[in-house]
Design a protein around this ligand. Structure first.
Ligand SMILES: [Cu+2]
Length: 134
């Protein structure tokens, strides 16, 4: 009976009583939240090469390797843009060996010693590449 002063359900109906500055602040928060949602959806659906989480060291397209230098011990991402499975296998057979499903990516740990590491695909004998470890 005596709880008339409690504004529990008045949020939606009395929003016009908010001061002007406060209302534009609320609108701003809404805009920022919307932007974050849109950007988040974009970055998760389109895997652009410039990710900050790990280095895309090897990209595979049309049965060919494209490499970028990686740091020693780094997590190296291999992106397979073909519709067949590939492997990235070091020619010494011990430094790294990873298989990548069609259209997927996989990771391996770069060797801890700097140098040039030749590698190949175990499935396609014509595929060869060299990974530069800095
Ligand atoms: Cu292959």
């Amino acid at each position: 009976m005596n709880d008339r002063g409690v504004p529990a359900v008045s949020l939606g109906m009395k929003h016009n009583t908010l001061p002007r500055t406060r209302r534009s602040f609320v609108v701003m928060i809404g805009v920022v939240l919307a932007l974050v949602l849109v950007l988040g959806a974009c970055s998760s659906s389109s895997k652009s090469g410039s990710s900050s989480t790990s280095t895309t060291g090897v990209t595979i397209k049309d049965l060919a390797f494209t490499t970028t230098p990686v740091k020693a011990g780094a997590t190296v991402t291999v992106q397979n843009n073909d519709n067949v499975m590939h492997t990235v296998t070091s020619d010494d057979n011990t430094s790294f060996d990873v298989s990548i499903d069609p259209g997927k990516s996989a990771t391996f740990t770069a060797p801890s010693k700097a140098g040039s590491y030749k590698f190949h695909c175990k499935i396609h004998s014509s595929m060869h590449g060299t990974l530069t470890v800095q």
